[in-house]
Design a protein around this ligand. Structure first.
Ligand code: AP5
Length: 214
């Protein structure tokens, strides 16, 4: 089963995608992670997108569609969780065509709804293990042992360069202007489900699980 998690920055898409990977053996396809990897490796494309991402604007459709097309070839039958893709109508159309070409489809598009004030608190408090990428938060999810990653034991943590209030304002604007029209697009196709993303992480997981099993 293939699903899309859609929601504004900080809605919890990555957090829930990682849970689905470990609980259901699905594969997370996060265009944000792919672009950050390209930046870190200093590829030509990574250098091209670095400033755009730091400002909180969207990268061009052709770049992200190319990244997803490449990953789809290696799925090998596992269910995909699209996290942060598609983000524009052009990307949604491209995904429909790519899935159809593989004889596959999107089963559910899950909108994660969170208030703007909560998004600001989530984004500005987020930090990540520099070694394994596990995501934490200053108040809602600290490592069990302070300064040591629960997953890999790493002791170095990073904060994303676009997790500033300025960049977040631009990211939110991009979401409402360019991505939220996709809610209507998927509603019209009868695939849109909405979860209340304001609850705790377990409560959100339960709502998503209910959608996937019903
Ligand atoms: P991307 O990496 O996709 O970022 P985003 O959509 O802004 O989403 P985030 O990763 O910031 O948030 P999330 O919803 O995953 O929240 P998380 O689970 O981490 O994109 C970054 C940039 O790349 C874009 O701005 C753009 O430039 C470019 N890009 C990417 N894809 C693109 C595309 N398709 N087209 C064009 N450009 C693209 O949670 C956040 C925090 O909250 C964490 O600390 C977490 O612990 C905490 N938290 C999570 N859930 C809860 C909860 N239920 N209660 C309390 N705290 C919670």
């Amino acid at each position: 089963m293939n699903i899309i998690l859609i929601g504004p920055p900080g809605a919890g898409k990555g957090t829930q995608a990682k849970r689905l990977v470990s609980e259901r053996g699905m594969v997370q396809l996060s265009t944000g992670d792919m672009l950050r990897d390209a930046k870190t490796s200093g590829t030509e494309m990574g250098n091209l997108v670095a400033d755009v991402m730091a400002r909180g604007e969207l990268v061009t459709d052709d770049i992200v569609i190319g990244l997803i097309a490449e990953k789809l070839d290696s799925l090998d039958g596992a269910g995909a969780i699209f996290d942060g893709f598609p983000r524009t109508l052009a990307q949604a159309d491209a995904l429909e065509a790519l899935m159809a070409s593989k004889g596959s489809e999107i089963a559910h598009v899950i909108e994660m709804r969170v208030d703007d004030d909560a998004l600001v608190a989530r984004i500005t408090g987020r930090f990540t293990c520099a070694n394994c990428g596990e995501v934490y938060h200053d108040t809602t999810r600290q490592p069990k042992q302070s300064g040591v990653c629960d997953i890999c034991g790493g002791t170095e943590f990073t904060r994303r360069s676009d997790d500033t209030e300025d960049a977040l304002r631009t990211r939110l604007m991009a979401y409402y202007k360019q991505t939220s029209p996709l809610l209507g697009y998927y509603h019209a196709k009868g695939r849109l489900k909405t979860v209340d993303g304001m609850g705790g992480m377990d409560a959100v997981s339960t709502q998503i699980s209910d959608i996937l099993t019903n």
